[in-house]
Design a protein around this ligand. Structure first.
Ligand code: ADP
Ligand code: MG
Length: 207
């Protein structure tokens, strides 16, 4: 079994829908430890990205994902625009020219994406960022190597959920939330929450 180009397009649309459905929730999370714009930032970016899909729907997976990344960089300010932009651009670079993906292709793409986020944001696991959701998601994909793709995608979404939850007691060390210092403990990180939505919608749509 492989992941089709059409299901990659479905994933982008499903992520945009999930962001829209969780817009106020993400903003509430960001209001506790940041500036209450994560929901609006991600929603603006993903609406713009979905708007670009018709221009690339017949292109390879790498072109589609790179276009999403460039659109996020162009339309979203703050930390999440460059970080999610890099994430999608690295997914796209890793999948350049491909019309379908194997599980190992997908795992390599997620590894490149996380590498891009870490290179840009310099966050390590445990600093209360999206890296806390993405890192266990990648580890779950690696652990599922050679097995069923759907099971691997579900395991990575479950690992991202656990990683998201792991941010609650943490003190933020990166980004705006680090400005509130110790008071950030007890709040779930908004970026880790949206990153779980990214992996959950991947498990729901990639086929
Ligand atoms: P801003 O913080 O500029 O208002 P957003 O509110 O859209 O941007 O995004 C905040 C999220 O970005 C945080 O919850 C966190 O997950 C993520 N983030 C912030 N800084 C970093 C960083 N250096 N590395 C990784 N993720 C980061
Ligand atoms: Mg914010």
């Amino acid at each position: 079994m492989t992941i089709s180009r059409d299901s990659i397009v479905d994933w982008i649309k499903a992520f945009a829908v999930a962001i829209e459905a969780n817009k106020d929730y993400l903003t509430d999370l960001d209001s506790a430890i940041g500036d209450a714009d994560h929901g609006a930032n991600m929603h603006r970016g993903m609406q713009a990205a979905v708007g670009k899909l018709p221009t690339v729907a017949d292109k390879d997976i790498g072109t589609i994902l790179k276009t999403v990344g460039m659109t996020l960089v162009a339309t979203v300010g703050g930390a999440s625009g460059p970080l999610y932009g890099t994430l999608f651009m690295q997914l796209g670079t890793s999948t350049a020219g491909k019309m379908e993906l194997s599980l190992s292709d997908w795992t390599a793409a997620v590894e490149a994406a996380l590498g891009g986020v870490v290179a840009r944001g310099k966050a390590a696991v445990g600093e209360k960022t999206m890296v806390d959701a993405l890192t266990p998601a990648l580890e779950a994909l690696k652990a599922a190597a050679g097995g069923d793709i759907l099971a691997a995608l579900k395991a990575s979404a479950a690992a991202a959920a656990a990683g998201r939850d792991s941010t609650i007691p943490l003190v933020a060390r990166k980004g705006r939330a680090s400005y509130v210092g110790e008071r950030s403990a007890g709040h779930q990180d908004p970026g880790a929450t949206s990153s779980h939505l990214l992996l959950q919608t991947a498990a729901d749509t990639l086929r």
